[in-house]
Design a protein around this ligand. Structure first.
Ligand code: EPU
Length: 339
């Protein structure tokens, strides 16, 4: 493995913005990973671990070592007559991994089809879609502790998963790099989850009444392809903001003023779709310079011309935050990591 210098990161982030890594290394196994992290330690430089590059925005060059995680491999172990444990290395592409599990008729991950990114980064933000989050099927992960250089196993409880959240974003930020993730999946009697409106509508239009896990996956793929831009064609990082949770009382006040506002109650809190707020603040499809809010899903910010800089995208997102705050009094939080 070579540690390269002054490498462009344009092809390593799904926004497709230009930024340079001072140092860059692509690692294929634990030995190379340890070597690269040691290099950073000795030279007192910071590290950025890169998976699919699908949830970050470079607003400047990275003045340290970027480590691209390319660890590959999938293994499985039958647990009982209904369940299997499937482990995948960090560098496996998430969607290809989901398709692999479906090809073996293992159930659980079908609602998470077509989410960009790699297996190793999916626990960090507890990826979720259409009523499923990875925490629902997560058993454990193996991670390299960067302080001790030892591999540790973290359980579901250890990871403290929340909505787009885990210890890897909070108390253990910067402490670990995830190298392998293990899921518990069903081998029969699959639990089909179609309660999320769009899935049942899509299945109906496909004429399917009792869907298999493969058919649910197909429906999810169709929905995502119909409204989310493909990063290979238009630079983007999926949802740019989190859906904010606001106190019930605040939501009721807003509802008087804006009767159309949407919200999903959860105890004393209401989750409001950020896409609705952004659209109704007038941003859906709006373009400024090289950056736009996607015309079919306002929550997704796109590199519309392919020539946007990270700074331009960041400034565009600040304008959205300010405008939503002014109109609705709600402060949107970015979901994408800003570097
Ligand atoms: N909406 C609008 N205008 C828009 C977009 C959405 O009014 O431009 C409204 C929709 O009408 C709908 C509601 O907002 O009633 C929710 O929209 P949608 O079902 O598209 O889901 P979302 O809340 O916008 C979340 C995730 C997505 C995930 C979908 C489906 C977050 C931040 N985003 O989006 O995840 O695919 O649910 O489960 O939680 C991602 O994280 O990158 C991502 C794409």
């Amino acid at each position: 493995m070579k540690i390269q210098e002054n490498i462009s990161l344009k092809n390593y982030n799904t926004f497709g913005v230009e930024a340079k890594a001072h140092y860059f290394a692509e690692v294929h196994d634990l030995h190379e990973l340890k070597y690269a992290t040691e290099f950073a330690k000795i030279n007192h430089i910071k590290i950025l671990f890169l998976g699919g590059g699908s949830n970050l925005l470079f607003t400047q060059d990275f003045d340290g070592l970027v480590i691209k995680l390319n660890l590959k491999g999938i293994s499985e172990e039958i647990l009982d007559e209904n369940h299997v444990l499937v482990s995948a290395k960090a560098g496996e592409n998430w969607h290809e991994f989901v398709l692999y599990t479906l090809s073996k008729n293992y159930g659980g991950l079908e609602n998470l089809s077509l989410i960009p990114g790699n297996v190793g980064t999916c626990p960090i933000q507890n990826i979720g879609a259409y009523g499923t989050e990875i925490k629902d099927h997560f058993v454990s992960c193996k991670a390299l502790n960067l302080e001790t250089s030892e591999i540790e196993e973290l359980s579901l409880e250890d990871c403290k998963f929340g909505y787009r959240d885990s210890i890897f974003k909070t108390s253990a930020k910067g402490k670990y790099v995830i190298v392998e993730v293990t899921f518990k999946l069903t081998t029969q009697n699959h639990l089909i989850k179609t309660e999320y409106g769009a899935i049942s509508t899509e299945l109906k239009s496909l004429g399917i009444e009792n869907p298999t896990i493969q058919e649910v996956s197909k429906a999810v793929i169709n929905i995502r392809q119909s409204k989310l831009p493909n990063p290979a064609e238009i630079g983007n990082a999926g949802s740019f903001f989190k859906n904010p949770s606001i106190p019930l009382a605040q939501f009721e006040n807003l509802k008087e003023k804006f009767p159309e506002i949407q919200g999903y109650a959860n105890g004393d809190w209401v989750k409001v779709p950020a896409g609705w707020l952004i659209e109704n603040a007038g941003w859906k499809g709006k373009q400024i310079g090289n950056v736009a809010s996607h015309k079919l899903q306002a929550l997704v910010i796109i590199n519309a011309t392919g020539n946007a800089s990270g700074k331009e995208i960041y400034d565009f997102s600040t304008q959205i935050i300010d405008s939503v705050k002014e109109k609705y009094g709600i402060e949107l939080e970015r979901e994408v990591n800003i570097l």
